[in-house]
Design a protein around this ligand. Structure first.
Ligand SMILES: [Fe+2]
Length: 386
């Protein structure tokens, strides 16, 4: 995230004396995800953000590969992932490699009043498929609803509170910074006219709530696949102001403006986010190709060096049969794939689609977990046979 933003009270000059009403100094904290070499923000706390009062042994939450067979088209029924009462318990990793982890979650509730989460391993994109609520952070609050991508830089302490008990999330953990695709950015970082979304679509934190409380505040910190319980003596949301270019934000898939053409446009026109060795794309309702002989269905393609994961959100998918909400298909690099039998002819003459989906393409093979196996549709690999 490269756009400057500020909220609350901050001193005129960075790294200078900034005093509370009682004369004491506020505690300045630099927050970044790539050392001092990239974007950062400066936060001003009432209390130092370092006051650990208790720690316990970590718990292993790292994903384990359930099968060595990675060269097979697969499909998973995402809505079959079982709901859990608590947000962190609900996150079930299904696919993973060294660059990215994909999890499904059906949380019925949040973390608890004085419990917080910090993912120190990965930037997160939380795609909200079902449910609404508020993401609470040190930077302020972000309200969310169906269709939102919540982008949370690694290290950002947060709570997620739901208005609803029925919630469905797709969570993408990225071990490199989540950025907007370079092709959409000016050389100075502004989103260009040819970008499918712009700064107006990005929702930044608001309602900065400063909580000056002492007690025991549990931050569950994920690092190298272990979840560490660490208690602090002051409330982590004691920030009176901050500014900079590193902070969580929301972007709705419904604000993504599709790029269309006379003939079929390739998947990169749907790209929304970029990261090291994978991309995230949004397939949104759009008019179909308007050449008089155009074929709206995609052509078969050999994704020889990328795994394609498609998460179906809503609408009819013209290239697939028997698609359900929350269904995931995995087309691994190495074997070509394309429309299902009959889908090409059927697509001819169609003027528009109301499909909504999120795609993650990874440039290294994905492994699947037992949670993925438990929701797999084993017949999918044969679904092209006529
Ligand atoms: Fe594909």
């Amino acid at each position: 995230m490269s756009h400057y933003y500020r909220l609350g009270k901050i001193p005129h000059k960075r790294h200078t004396q900034f005093r509370k009403p009682d004369g004491g100094l506020y505690s300045e904290q630099l927050f970044s995800t790539e050392g001092f070499s990239s974007n950062s923000s400066l936060l001003y706390h009432i209390h130092p953000p370092t006051m650990i009062v208790k720690t316990e042994e970590p718990v292993d939450v790292s994903p384990k590969a359930a099968s060595e067979n990675i060269l097979k088209h697969r499909s998973y029924q995402g809505f079959k992932i079982k709901p859990e009462k608590e947000y962190l318990d609900s996150r079930k990793i299904i696919l993973f490699n060294n660059d990215v982890q994909l999890a499904l979650a059906a949380p019925e509730g949040d973390l608890g009043k004085n419990v917080f989460f910090k993912n120190a391993d990965a930037d997160e994109i939380i795609f909200v498929h079902v449910g609404s609520g508020v993401l609470k952070t040190q930077y302020g609050h972000i309200r969310f609803a169906y269709g939102d991508y919540l982008v949370i830089p690694r290290g950002c302490i947060y709570q997620i509170e739901f208005d609803t008990t029925e919630n469905r999330l797709l969570i993408i953990d990225s071990f490199s910074p989540i950025v907007f695709p370079k092709k959409y950015l000016s050389k100075y970082g502004q989103l260009l006219e040819n970008s499918p979304f712009c700064e107006r679509d990005i929702r930044v934190p608001e309602n900065l709530e400063t909580i000056d409380e002492k007690g025991e505040f549990l931050i569950k910190v994920k690092k190298k696949g272990l979840l560490y319980p660490i208690w602090y003596g002051t409330h982590p949301f004691d920030v009176v102001g901050w500014d900079g270019c590193e902070y969580p934000y929301a972007l709705s898939i419904h604000d993504f403006e599709p790029i269309t053409g006379r003939v079929h446009q390739p998947p990169p026109v749907h790209q929304t986010f970029d990261a090291h060795n994978f991309v995230v794309c949004s397939f949104v309702p759009r008019l179909f190709d308007y050449h008089p002989l155009s074929i709206p269905a995609p052509y078969n393609h050999s994704n020889i060096d990328s795994d394609e994961v498609l998460y179906y959100v809503d609408g009819d998918f013209m290239s697939r049969k028997h698609v359900e909400k929350g269904q995931i298909t995995l087309h691994p690099g190495g074997i070509p794939h394309g429309p299902h039998p009959g889908a090409v002819e059927k697509s001819i003459g169609a003027k528009a689609t109301n499909e909504l989906a999120v795609m993650v393409d990874t440039f290294h093979p994905l492994n699947m977990t037992n949670d993925a196996l438990s929701i797999e549709d084993e017949n999918y690999v044969m679904s092209w046979a006529e």
